[in-house]
Design a binder for this molecule. Structure first.
Ligand SMILES: [Zn+2]
Length: 272
């Protein structure tokens, strides 16, 4: 009976206190764990993830470059998220990947950056990851698993250590940071919004997806496609945004790609 109740809760996010309207997406979502708790789990998971991907890059110049771009984009999030202390980490790995943990830890691999040739692409990939955080996709996923594992009545009292164990298990199984197609589209839409507000040319987002689609044809180290699926469908959606809602940015010199800045501050530091 309790299980059935839980299922009903997940399926119908109606007039239930655990369902909250997200300020970034305007969508109602099931959130059973407080933002503080989920942030603490993100912070706890960070060191292991960094180690798993070969640590951070050594180049101070490259780290500072990515942090600058990330902060510019993150400054554009909804006021409800103004308290987040964003952190941008460049992983010293050839694997093409980017992901974010709740609490605002955003990761991008050196291998992915090496596929780029302008700063708007970096803003695009970081904006997408920032979008996963503001859309609270990890919180949502954890809440669904928690609802299925524990009875809803117990979750409010559910101990932090139980939740931490669950989150750690999902991270090691690689399931916590895997998103569905709708979540990917949401993160793309938010990324385009934030990067545009930061005066980057949102065409950079399309270029990121084209890089991923092209790489998916080969047999490269493409972990990013298992966590962020379906680049071809996403390309279509982003093209639609550029031709519609964001058409005003195309050809307007206020929205920049920053090719020279990328060539100066990032490109020389992307080799092994
Ligand atoms: Zn994604």
């Amino acid at each position: 009976m309790r299980r059935l109740l839980v299922l009903i809760l997940i399926v119908s996010c109606g007039a239930i206190s655990a369902c909250k309207t997200n300020p970034a997406t305007g969508r109602s979502q099931l959130i059973l764990i407080s933002a503080d708790k989920v942030s603490a789990m993100g912070a706890a998971a960070k060191p292991e993830l960094v180690e798993q991907y070969g640590g951070e890059v050594e180049s101070e110049t490259l780290r500072a470059f990515v942090t600058r771009v990330g902060r510019r984009v993150a400054a554009q999030v909804e006021p409800e998220y103004a308290h987040i202390k964003w952190e941008f980490i460049v992983l010293d790995s050839e694997i093409l990947n980017a992901f974010a943990l709740p609490g605002g830890h955003v990761f991008v691999s050196r291998g992915l950056l090496a596929k780029f040739d302008n700063e708007a692409q970096v803003a695009g990939v970081l904006g997408h990851e920032i979008g996963h955080v503001t859309a609270r996709h990890v919180d949502e996923r954890l809440s669904q698993v928690v609802a299925a594992e524990f009875a809803v009545g117990g979750v409010g009292r559910g101990t932090d250590s139980q939740l931490a164990v669950l989150a750690a298990r999902m991270i090691s199984q690689g399931t916590l940071l895997k998103f569905n197609r709708d979540q990917e589209q949401e993160a793309d839409g938010l990324g385009v919004k934030y990067m545009t507000r930061a005066k980057y040319d949102p065409h950079g987002m399309l270029e990121v997806l084209e890089v991923l689609a092209e790489a998916s044809e080969g047999s490269g180290k493409l972990e990013i496609l298992s966590t962020h699926p379906d680049p071809k469908r996403r390309i279509k959606t982003v093209r639609g945004l550029l031709a519609g809602e964001y058409a005003y940015t195309q050809g307007d010199p206020k929205y920049k790609k920053q090719v020279r800045r990328f060539a100066r501050d990032a490109a020389p530091h992307l080799g092994q």
